[in-house]
Design a protein around this ligand. Structure first.
Ligand code: NAD
Ligand code: UD1
Length: 341
């Protein structure tokens, strides 16, 4: 199948492109490079033996999207493109609504105009807000988002649901990701945020490699076994395989669906630190700091719907996630050292 990956040059999109190519599909990567590097296609080529087609463009450019959907004879769209930094979304809400909401509307209009009505959307477990019970099931109520980024995910889910109700020939699957971490085992692609990372795993990796001095643990007084936050971490390769598994379902079913992609168990911040220390053989010094605004104590998924509908379940464990995250960090550190010399 010919699949358009908006935001396909990013962290999750690039891993999904690898899995799709290996499964015999033809991904077309459409990205404005606002948070990605042009070198990604070459890295995918090193992994799979073939560079995917890359088109530089913005999802808010409807005419261009229509052209691409038509010219590339696209069968389905996986919609990763968006801004995703929670803290930044609080400071720049208009940029987030413009990019994520307006961008999605323009994409949907382009899809309608070209008759491409199959969409998989990158949603997030953030739509559940503060869980009333665990594990989280898709039938649980979606909550109050605590920031503009989270609100864009909720609003897009609702837009897609309205669209499917109005025109039942559409198929829209919202994949609710839990916490993706790790990297492709080659170390060639992964997540390397600019500046100081907001998320736990890239921060821990940089402390282990000595790029940052100490990890601030945000809160050790939560109602969890060791007092630190608990999350359902999922290897990005498992997440990528989840998209490939959702595709046939998306092609053969109509209507709107939300589906969790998680492992179904939680690890605390301190458990992640211990697992990373083991994988890297390095010490990760921690400093206990106050809770971070907007954080919840714990969340993890009930992933059984994805198994039922797509025949998918996560295969990698926390050791795999830390090993591949550490391998990627070492590749990046070596590249940076080479650039500086
Ligand atoms: P990422 O930033 O690495 O990838 C997003 C890509 O979209 C980038 O390559 C960026 O250049 C591109 N992009 C942004 N705005 C665009 C626009 N207007 N037009 C074209 N391209 C644009 O992020 P990621 O971690 O790969 O996340 C992918 C999707 O999954 C995002 O929608 C994100 O909100 C969602 N998500 C991510 C996580 C996570 O922890 N990484 C968790 C839940 C949901
Ligand atoms: C965050 C976002 C969520 C987004 C997700 C993407 C918030 C409130 N939520 O989720 O909307 O979809 O990223 O993956 O930002 N932690 C530390 N020290 C750090 C960094 C994190 O102790 O330096 C702790 C956090 O307090 C939390 C856990 O690690 O308990 C995981 O944090 P993070 O990786 O940022 O993910 P989430 O907060 O789950």
């Amino acid at each position: 199948m010919r699949v358009l990956l908006t935001g396909g040059m990013g962290f999750i999109g690039s891993h999904t492109a690898v899995v799709l190519q290996e499964g015999g599909h033809e991904p077309v990567l459409y990205d404005n490079l606002s948070n990605a590097d042009r070198a990604v296609t070459g890295r995918i080529e090193q992994i799979t033996g073939k560079a995917p087609k890359f088109i530089e463009g913005d999802i808010r450019d409807q005419a261009r999207m229509e052209e691409v959907l038509r010219d590339e004879k696209i069968d389905a769209v996986i919609h990763f493109a968006g801004l995703k930094a929670v803290g930044e979304s609080v400071v720049k809400p208009l940029e987030y609504y413009d990019n994520n909401i307006i961008g999605t509307l323009r994409l949907l209009e382009a899809m309608r105009a070209t008759g491409v009505k199959r969409l998989i959307f990158s949603s997030s477990s953030t739509v559940y807000g503060t869980p009333q019970s665990l594990p989280l099931r898709e039938s649980d109520p979606t909550g109050e988002a605590t920031n503009p980024y989270g609100r864009t995910k909720l609003q897009i889910e609702e837009i897609l649901s309205d669209l499917c109700r109005a025109d039942p020939t559409w198929s829209c699957i919202c994949l609710r990701y839990f916490n993706p971490i790790g990297a492709h085992p080659s170390g060639l692609i992964g997540e390397d945020p600019n500046g100081i990372p907001n998320n736990l795993m890239p921060y821990v990796a940089r402390v282990a490699s000595g790029r940052l001095p100490v990890l601030n643990v945000f809160g050790n007084d939560y109602d969890t076994p060791d007092g630190t936050g608990v999350r359902d971490f999922i290897h990005v390769m498992d997440l990528a395989r989840g998209h490939a598994a959702a595709l046939p379902y998306c092609m053969s079913h109509e209507g709107w669906k939300a589906v969790n992609l998680g492992c179904g168990r939680g690890y605390s911040v301190l458990e992640i630190v211990a697992a990373f220390e083991k994988a890297s053989g390095r010490k990760v010094p921690v400093n206990f700091a106050p809770r971070r605004a907007g954080d919840i104590a714990a969340n993890w998924a009930d992933p059984s719907l994805a198994r039922e509908l797509f025949g998918w379940e996560a295969q990698c464990n926390i050791e795999d996630m830390c090993r591949d995250g550490w391998n990627f960090e070492q590749h990046r550190a070596a590249e940076l050292a080479q650039k500086q010399s």
